[in-house]
Design a protein around this ligand. Structure first.
Ligand code: PGA
Length: 247
């Protein structure tokens, strides 16, 4: 089955409103190829300006996080319906930085995915192993567990894109070998097959993330099961990100 390519720029804690505006104005000049979906994921405070500048373009906007709660006494949180109010199309959930630094457990991630899907947001659901887990030979079990726990109780995965991001490759310049990334992504696709059905497994988009740059994007995208990329550092420069989108 031929799947389209999906490229998302995860800006993390970078790009205030002015930088967002400059980026998007330049990025709008880019002809996004037909079979590609492109998301930018700015910080909460840059979402509204990003959304208004990219209206009527092929650029879609996603948040980097959301609350698993819909309303109430949860200081500092932002709900799925608040993102919908801004017409945001998606949200990243389960990024290793959220898991490690902000102690988000598999249960929290599962609740966040449910909350996003209930609000009709696209979910970019991240998984990935640490250097230690890999060295101990536990990568496959680890990834399978993360997928099973994250998707627990979720009946339809039509609105989910999965991103495989080995933690040791994030922001380190050490890209995972493309054949190895493809192998793990196939394992994720098989896990989806076990949990759902053949059509879901064939249709779901699974991205690679971790030191993706214009010089390695084509090689990664040429693999049978890699459907695109979740890009951190290289998504902060219009020229570099544009090259990745066109790879
Ligand atoms: P990186 O980050 O491209 O800077 O390695 C990827 C990510 O964290 O999503």
């Amino acid at each position: 089955m031929s799947r389209k390519k999906f490229i998302a720029g995860n800006w993390k804690l970078h790009m205030g409103q002015e930088e967002t505006q400059n980026f998007i104005q330049d990025f709008l000049q880019l002809q996004i190829p037909e079979n590609r979906e492109v998301f930018l994921c700015p910080t909460y405070t840059s979402l509204a300006i990003a959304k208004s500048l990219s209206k009527n373009s092929k650029i879609k906007i996603a948040a980097q996080n959301l609350s698993q709660y819909s309303t109430g006494a949860f200081t500092g949180e932002v709900s799925a319906s608040m993102l919908k109010e801004l017409d945001i199309e998606g949200v990243i959930i389960g990024h290793s930085e959220r898991r490690e630094i902000f102690k988000e457990s598999d249960d929290i991630i599962n609740a966040k995915i449910k909350s996003a899907l209930d609000a009709d947001l696209r979910v970019i659901f991240c998984c990935g192993e640490s250097q230690n887990t890999r060295e101990n030979g536990d990568t496959d079990t680890w990834i399978k567990n993360q997928i099973q726990s994250g998707l627990n109780g979720i009946t339809s995965i039509n609105n989910i894109v999965i991103a495989y991001e080995p933690i040791w490759a994030i922001g380190t310049g050490k890209t995972c070998d493309s054949a190895e990334a493809n192998r793990v992504i196939k394992l994720i696709r098989n896990t989806v097959l076990e949990l759902y059905d053949k059509t879901s497994a064939e249709k779901i988009l699974i991205l690679y993330g971790g030191s993706v740059k214009s010089s390695n994007a084509s090689e990664l995208f040429s693999q049978s099961d890699i459907d695109g990329a979740l890009v951190g550092g290289s998504s902060l420069k219009v020229e570099e990100f544009s090259k990745i989108v066109q790879s």
